[in-house]
Design a protein around this ligand. Sequence first.
Ligand code: MG
Ligand code: MG
Length: 255
Amino acid sequence: MAITIKNEREISKMREAGHVVSVCHQRVQAAIQPGITTDDLNTVVRDTLSELGATSNFLGHHGFPGVICASVNEEIVHGIPGNRRLNDGDIISVDIGAIVDGFHGDSAWTYPVGEISDEAKRLLRDTEEALDAGLAAARAGSRIGAIGAAVEGYARPLGYGIVEGYGGHGIGRQMWEEPHIPNLGSADHGPRMRTGMTLAIEPMLNIGTKDTRVLDDDWTVVTADGSWSAHFEHTVLITDGAPEILTKRLAAVVD
Ligand code: MG
Ligand code: MG
């Protein structure tokens, strides 16, 4: 499929879909605490999507049973929500998508559960910084490869394993559109970004090596060495200046 340029009406729908994803994240963040199950978080998002008149792009995709992916500690992406209880000191990556009037939003965030180790804090901070580096490189006129080069340029010197088999993507009327957006490589590879493109940018960093494997559930991707992993993702609109973040973080709910 060719890379699509969105018109104003399509962009406004993408903003709506992104906002729904942001509200879902806000509520998930408020719900995360030791003792809660990943299925409880799935329920929070299922109810929020329904309340806001949106549908899930994850549910039923190749048979996926959840509206979120919930990936704990050494799990990188595609964890299935279930009866696992979160423990104090865990980290959990929550990937959420929404469809509004046929347009898709997609954003992932890794959250601490209770009090986490300094090493885990560094992982979360550095992966978010790697996302920021990728976002800063998402400029009309540059090639898609500039995003991965920026992510790698930030993460490689810090010693992280940069996950290679999974990455960002175009997004719009489909959850996964062209182009694939690697999280490493040369800045002069790939198609040029143009104003009106919408992209999901999503670095995944491992404390250990880059190597991954898939669990017997055929979904959950984990680090091969068992080291912990983080995943931060925004859906963005390419503009004439800095990209517009369509899945912007809302203020955390204080209870
Ligand atoms: Mg995602
Ligand atoms: Mg994505």
